[in-house]
Design a protein. Structure first.
Length: 329
């Protein structure tokens, strides 16, 4: 910085103000400093800045899996939103969602120097359900039921699921089967609960629950079983990947979609419109969820206030060619 000041003919304080983007430096002086910086190859020392300001402009992200569409797209949105705010993202995957593992993750993030933490809590195991996050840490939790203790951002899982079931009932189906996600998943459980509640409210029979693991392979295996159910004319699938496998199984079993069986998914992945037939599904706004996570955690950083409660990101039903009225018998 002293070298830049000497070459530009200004004080070190002026160089600092230009480097940090502060106002109050006239344009000619600013240009002199920038030219000197370029000539000398000067780059501000981010570590020194962090020590001086007491902030690192970095957000830590703890996630329990990178194998699901929701987590990947939420993480992408978090990284994009953080970059727009001038923050970097440090990712720390946790293999097993136990309290000890998560405490260790927070400890490691502390060593890496972050200003705040976003926890993408996809897996909802018993020993992590009441996760005691460290005190005095700026935290936002995604996809969790911890709204009474932390700032939470979540998709409207229940509303989207109810829309899916009501769409199928509205087409004339007597009931709706459900291919659910894994039992330990919070999102899967919310979708299952909403499916069951929608059928109960409509006074319809609730078929036996069929469960998968989010993968297309599990959807295919479940689809082979559902194809054997003659009274199955409509299936609400907890995500689009399992719906893809289900579509294949129904086709191989001679059950036409949507003539014999209507299928509706959840997520609205980019490929869902290219399924055969194009998939009716519930659209999740992952970009908005990621943006709200960053907005919430930075509000805590800047205002030193912790807000508790849950912000729900609305869903919307995208109707394509995989749903239709039931066959006439």
């Amino acid at each position: 910085m002293a070298d830049v000041a000497r070459v530009a003919g200004v004080s070190s304080q002026t160089v600092s103000r230009v480097s940090n983007g502060f106002p109050g430096v006239n344009e000619e002086t600013r240009e002199q400093v920038l030219v000197a910086m370029k000539e000398l190859g000067y780059r501000p020392n981010s570590a020194a800045r962090a020590l001086k300001r007491g902030e690192f402009r970095t957000i830590g992200v703890i996630t329990f899996t990178l194998s699901t569409t929701g987590n990947i797209r939420t993480l992408e949105a978090i990284a994009t939103s953080a970059a727009q705010e001038g923050y970097a993202v440090t990712l720390l995957p946790v293999a097993v969602p136990t309290q000890d593992e998560v405490r260790g993750a927070f400890s490691r993030l502390g060593e890496l120097a972050v200003d705040a933490v976003i926890v993408i809590m996809e897996v909802h195991l018993l020993d992590a359900a009441r996760l005691p996050l460290p005190p005095h840490v700026n935290v936002v939790v995604a996809d969790s039921d911890a709204g009474d203790r932390y700032t939470v951002v979540d998709t409207d899982q229940a509303g989207g699921s109810r829309d899916a079931v009501e769409h199928l009932l509205g087409l004339g189906h007597r009931t709706v089967w459900h291919l659910a996600g894994p039992a330990e998943s919070y999102a899967a459980q919310r979708r299952t609960d909403a499916w069951r509640a929608a059928l109960t409210d409509a006074r319809r029979e609730t078929p036996p629950l069929v469960r998968g693991d989010w993968s297309a392979d599990s959807g295919y295996r479940a689809g082979l079983r559902l194809a054997e159910q003659d009274n199955c004319t409509a299936v609400f699938v907890a995500n689009d990947q399992m719906a893809l496998g289900l579509l294949r199984a129904l086709q191989e079993s001679g059950r036409k979609v949507p003539d014999d069986v209507s299928v509706i998914g959840f997520d609205d992945i980019p490929e869902s419109g290219s399924f055969l037939p194009p998939l009716t599904t519930v659209h999740q706004d992952f970009a908005e969820a990621g943006r709200l996570c960053v907005e919430g955690v930075l509000r805590q950083v800047r205002q030193s206030e912790t807000e508790r409660g849950t912000t729900l990101v609305p869903t919307r039903l995208v109707v394509r060619q995989s749903t239709a009225p039931p066959p006439v018998r």
